[in-house]
Design a protein around this ligand. Sequence first.
Ligand code: FAD
Length: 418
Amino acid sequence: MVGGGMAGAIAALAAREAGASVLLARRGPGGTALSGGAVGVAPDAGAPSTVPFALRLRPMEAARRLAALRPAHPYAIAGVGRLAEALDFAARALPGLLAPFEDRSRFLVTAGGGVAECGLCQRSQVAGDLALARGLVAAVGFRGHLGFDARPWAAAVAGMAAAGAPPSAWAEAELFGGPEEGTLAPHELARALERPGAAEAAGAAVRAVLPAGAAVALLPPVLGLDPAVRVLERLAAAAGVPVAETLADVPSVPGLRLQAALEARLAAAGVELVSGKVELGGWPRRPLLVAGQEREARAVVLASGRFVGGGLVRHGELREALLGLPVEATVGGESGTRLAGRPAPSLTRPERRAPQPLLAAGLRVDAAMRPLGESGQPAHPRLFAAGAVIGGYENAADGTGLGAAILTGYLAGKAAAG
Ligand SMILES: Cc1cc2nc3c(=O)[nH]c(=O)nc-3n(C[C@H](O)[C@H](O)[C@H](O)COP(=O)(O)OP(=O)(O)OC[C@H]3O[C@@H](n4cnc5c(N)ncnc54)[C@H](O)[C@@H]3O)c2cc1C
């Protein structure tokens, strides 16, 4: 496996489950570690915010519809027949971190004061699901810290009232007001809350400012990096109400937590983990190079990400970084447009919310997750691709990024082991 984000990790775990010996090399964290931490599967994109939660499309139905409407999306190419199986596999692989997959959308408040629809979320986010929360949701910021403002979170909940969201209020707990504390980065806050007694003290500070009748406390996304330390549970016990985190902006503690949980699971599953770069130059005629060492591989899964992970590069033209495979994208509803030689300005649009061809660029694959070469045929029968290195969708913006990484990783891992 080339790459240790969600796609490479799921591919490695799926291949291990199928009985293969697996080496996974990654040269660093990519998009997975930056993500908000919940898995976007397939939002019911057409639904206005006033449509009741109960009437929204469930993730599997929304994914089927998306696949029918967007032929270049990995859901259309891979098919969504095994999507639920793949999501269930991912949730079962990380039981301490992720809540089970139930084919039900979670409506979660974002750090910036929006609401995102996710198909799978971290346990620390469950109590903040606006479709399930009952009673007053109290958004609670840290008075001493500059980084989080609870008012937009309460406003985001109020904005979903017509859909069935509960009432909301906001408050500020007396936390992180020391001379050095007000500018601590999110991961430093998370570590501070992991110290003995800190989660309990934070819970008491939250309890002291909770509005009357508060049924849930919605907190900044900094509730510890290691789920085993149980910051969420300890803080909630002291606060006296269920507690949830908002989704995160970068730098993202839930994203780092997800990345760390994937690494721990890979090690426990017997995947050989190597830190360093993979070079594929002569493969399969010659061994591939992993952190400078020659290694034999019967099959390779490229899960090297897009621009953040380093799977795509531009040297005059856009190319896949390791084998120079052709990069394509979707422009104006047409799939398969070759972007490689086009000037960069033609690949972006000035309207921020318009489809951005550059951000949907990536490999094209067949239904077996094999990347296509110049001829339109699979580049090699034992070469597979997964995750953001595959194009045809704006993985960081269309609400399907981690969901597509899980589906394609699962399929590519099984195929590589077969
Ligand atoms: C800021 C941001 C926020 C996002 N938020 C969300 C969200 O909240 N929900 C959601 O569903 N999706 C979100 N996405 C999208 C989602 O994070 C990505 O689609 C997904 O993480 C891609 O996973 P991946 O495994 O394909 O790639 P990555 O996670 O990028 O991993 C790529 C891996 O490949 C490795 N690599 C690359 N080249 C080599 C090489 N030559 N040798 C060795 N290793 C190599 C990298 O080091 C890295 O480990 C977000 C994306 C961004 C950028």
